[in-house]
Ligand binder design. Structure first.
Ligand SMILES: [Zn+2]
Length: 378
């Protein structure tokens, strides 16, 4: 009997490497107020504010090493800690992004940098200016941001294992005009584009107040949706939102362990499936770095949603393979050689021991964990 099986490595389509530093500390909940996504965000700002390039490098290298060992074959790094804490650019305006990419190279994982545009702290009748912790994320205008992306692409073109897409942080962090400009740039330069949307109800309410529509409707009006686009989260969606994503060929990236940890809600996976919206996964806040757990969470949530044992897995057959293929396409690596993107899993590991080899594709998304990956072959 073989002890090992070779299976595809998973694509990590959404990551913020530095957020690994929030593990544990972000769980110190306060008896004085309600802890939610927004109080977590304040802790995240504090961590982001404290990082200089060497500290960012050390955190990112640790994160990426853990990803490679856990069975991820490439990572889309949604990067927004761009400037010095007061918002002044570093001498090289892309120093932080380059630092993160160098960390991935050393850790042995292919990276797609997704520099994310950020300009404001939401909207309440007018643009709310960034608070102290957000200044280093911000660019003054979209032209300045895109010229930085140009420079980063030039740098990355001479680096093996590094490529570049583009992102808008969210519809709260940039005005609508930026969304259109970023989408145009991505189409012209043939880059993938990502955006966070529909993670929190407050974000939907603010978008409704500012534009009279949902974030996904605004993204559609702005020309942001399309086959090169990925929407991260997509939790609180209407039928119309799902139809828009389906019609435009947009991918949804779900981050179940993070979304659960933050109390965001959960992906209506079966609705997306019914409309043939591609679904990928990401480790996002790094509260867990385990692609098997992300896949299992998605599958389990789809069963809870239906109150049946037949969920995503029963519908798609090889959920592990499908999530991976969608993820590589989401981060622009669908055409790259797949041979490098395999992992060996230990059939004698307690998670898998005794399963019928024909059931491996079923076991990978229901009872396996990152522990089954032979990291010595990575
Ligand atoms: Zn995110």
């Amino acid at each position: 009997m073989p002890t090992w099986a070779t299976v595809p490595a998973m694509a990590n389509a959404h990551s913020h490497a530095f957020q690994r530093g929030l593990r544990g500390r972000a769980e110190r909940l306060s008896p004085d107020h309600t802890d939610d996504f927004w109080t977590w965000r304040t802790e995240m700002f504090k961590l982001a504010d404290s990082l200089d390039p060497p500290a960012m490098y050390a955190l990112a290298r640790e994160t990426f090493k853990e990803m490679a060992e856990a069975g991820y074959g490439a990572v889309g790094e949604f990067h927004y800690v761009h400037h010095q804490p007061d918002g002044t650019p570093y001498e090289d305006r892309n120093e932080m992004a380059m630092t993160v990419a160098e960390a991935a190279i050393v850790a042995g994982i292919e990276i797609v940098l997704l520099p994310a545009a950020y300009h404001r702290n939401g909207w309440d009748g007018e643009d709310r200016p960034p608070v102290a912790g957000q200044r280093r994320f911000c660019d003054p205008d979209v032209e300045t941001f895109l010229s930085r992306v140009d420079e980063l692409r030039t740098w990355a073109s001479s680096r093996d294992g590094v490529s570049v897409g583009v992102a808008a942080h969210s519809v709260r962090a940039v005005p609508a005009s930026w969304l259109g400009a970023i989408a145009d740039y991505s189409e012209r330069q043939r880059l993938v584009r990502h955006v966070h949307a529909h993670e929190q109800q407050r974000e939907l309410a603010e978008c409704q107040a500012e534009y009279g529509c949902s974030p996904i409707e605004l993204l559609e009006r702005s020309g942001f949706l399309g086959p090169a686009a990925s929407v991260i989260h997509g939790i609180h969606v209407s039928d119309r939102d799902v139809e828009l994503l389906a019609r435009t060929g947009t991918t949804i990236v779900s981050c179940p362990t993070t979304e659960g940890n933050l109390g965001d809600g959960y992906l209506p996976a079966m609705a997306y499936l019914a409309h043939e919206v591609p679904i990928a996964v990401g480790s996002d806040s790094q509260v867990r770095i385990d692609p098997f757990e992300e896949a299992r969470e998605l599958e389990t949530l789809s069963r809870r949603e239906r109150q049946l044992r037949s969920g995503l897995l029963a519908a798609v057959g090889d959920l592990w393979q499908v999530l991976g293929a969608n993820g590589y396409r989401s981060i622009g690596l669908a055409d790259a050689p797949a041979a490098a993107r395999t992992i060996d899993v230990d059939l004698d590991h307690p998670d898998l021991r005794g399963i019928d080899p024909d059931d491996l594709r079923l076991a990978l998304v229901t009872c396996a964990s990152a522990g089954v990956v032979n990291s010595a072959t990575r």
